[in-house]
Design a protein around this ligand. Structure first.
Ligand SMILES: C[S@@+](CC[C@H](N)C(=O)[O-])C[C@H]1O[C@@H](n2cnc3c(N)ncnc32)[C@H](O)[C@@H]1O
Length: 291
């Protein structure tokens, strides 16, 4: 029998002129429309006020990078903040290093690798790297495997602190329809449990769907409307403190969830859409954000 090898990746030119990567297996483009660097700047650097938070940081600043892919998100953050003295630890989660290898082969087209080639080569080879980034010291490691499973295992032994709690999470999975396992309520509950209550942490995501926002609220996060990225006029930002959210979702938004045909969180890794259940409605009404 002849088996078909996985199709792999290709470089695509976006409407903005920037180049990004498309996964030919699932058809998704990593940073559609405005491109990797512009999207990472809008969604993460500016929205999470990273320059300001890094300037004020009195301890190592921990970033969880969920879906390392072609590394555009962490590299854009490093390039944008290199002049700010800080110690940064990046923990990237990814099931395959293929997109990063592919991106390195196409680094001239993608552009955002400039100056970081040796660090990325070491990361690919050893799974971790320590290097100077301008005024910063950076420790970067990759956790290779299935993120929901890794997270579940980490929660089970969290008293042993398998990973330092994050100050920022870059949550960049494929869409819920393509990759439902990365968007379930159990996953976000596990993620919330890995945060330290005394360590403010923000997590922007590109989706603004009601289902995602309800899921994040039920998992324990505060949730707000997030900055536009060019592709979307609005995104979503979640955090363990309202202080990191400029525009928290309000009671008007809560009232609108009643009319949505896709508001109920997914509890299994199977994509489906459903209106709010009675129990979810009660839990939402009791959330501190709406009390
Ligand atoms: C949109 S891409 C990430 C793009 C990336 N953040 C960047 O800046 O280039 C989504 C990534 O999630 C990874 N992924 C999908 N399912 C996963 C899983 N269950 N565990 C870990 N990584 C996963 C994919 O391999 C893919 O690289």
């Amino acid at each position: 029998m002849i088996s078909t090898p996985p199709a792999g990746y290709r470089i695509v030119k976006l409407a903005s002129g920037a180049k990004s990567i498309q996964d030919l297996n699932c058809g998704e483009t990593f940073h559609p429309v405005i491109g990797p660097v512009a999207e990472a700047r809008a969604l993460y650097v500016e929205q999470m006020r990273l320059p300001d938070r890094l300037r004020k940081a009195t301890e190592e600043f921990v970033i969880w990078d969920v879906g390392l892919g072609a590394a555009a998100n962490p590299l854009t953050i490093l390039a944008a903040t290199a002049t700010i003295p800080a110690t940064i630890r990046i923990i990237s989660f990814e099931q395959t290093l293929e997109p990063l290898r592919f991106a390195v082969e196409h680094r001239d087209e993608l552009g955002y690798f400039a100056g970081y080639e040796p660090a990325i080569a070491r990361l690919l080879q050893d799974g971790s790297v320590e290097f100077a980034n301008g005024s910063q010291t950076v420790q970067w490691s990759v956790q290779l495997g299935d993120f929901p499973a890794l997270l579940q295992a980490a929660v089970a032994k969290r008293s042993l602190r398998p990973f330092p709690a994050p100050h920022a999470i870059l949550f960049d999975a494929y869409s819920p329809a393509r990759n439902p396992a990365m968007w379930t309520l159990p996953l976000f509950r596990d993620l919330f449990q890995m945060l330290a209550p005394d360590r403010p942490c923000a997590m922007p995501t590109y989706s603004r769907s009601t289902m995602l926002r309800v899921t994040l609220l039920l998992a324990g996060f505060y949730v707000g409307a997030g900055h536009a990225t060019g592709e979307k006029e609005e995104t979503t930002i979640a955090a363990n403190t309202l202080a990191l959210i400029d525009q928290p979702l309000d009671r008007k938004w809560l009232a609108r969830t009643e009319r949505s045909t896709s508001a109920e969180p997914m509890v299994e890794a199977r994509y489906r859409q459903a209106p709010l259940s009675a129990i979810t409605r009660e839990l939402l009404a009791a959330h501190p954000q709406f009390r």
